[in-house]
Design a protein around this ligand. Sequence first.
Ligand code: DQA
Length: 144
Amino acid sequence: MKILIINGPNLNMLGIREPGHYGKETYADLVKKIESYCSDKGIDCECYQSNHEGCLVDKIQEAYGNTDGIVINPGAYTHTSVAILDAVKSVSIPTVEVHISKVEEREDFRQISYIRLAAVKTITGHGTDGYLEAIDFLTENYKK
Ligand code: DQA
């Protein structure tokens, strides 16, 4: 089972940016937590972060044919990017949408999610544990 974990813009600033919404864990802490969780379960994982929409599209396309599941937090591109939605639709890889904060209780502009149209599940407001829940969901439902 190979899972790709993708984080979009500003998620490299975890631990620094708005701790009230995103907590105190850094991006490095998050990667460590995911890698150790996956290694305990025998899951092959790769963590990728970019601030650039095209790089996120490239990464999703590169997963075609070699990845069993994607966990994605597109950050602000959640609310704007048809390109990322189309990339996920193109590769037909089961994809879970994760948000650290409870987006449904935030601003109106955060209520639109393009990626949700292609996601098999959405997890919001569980902090960084949401990524681990997404990994569990993919392994329970799409294990290879
Ligand atoms: C976020 C929520 C988005 O609205 C925001 O732009 C982010 C992070 C979250 O994880 O809660 O960058 O995706």
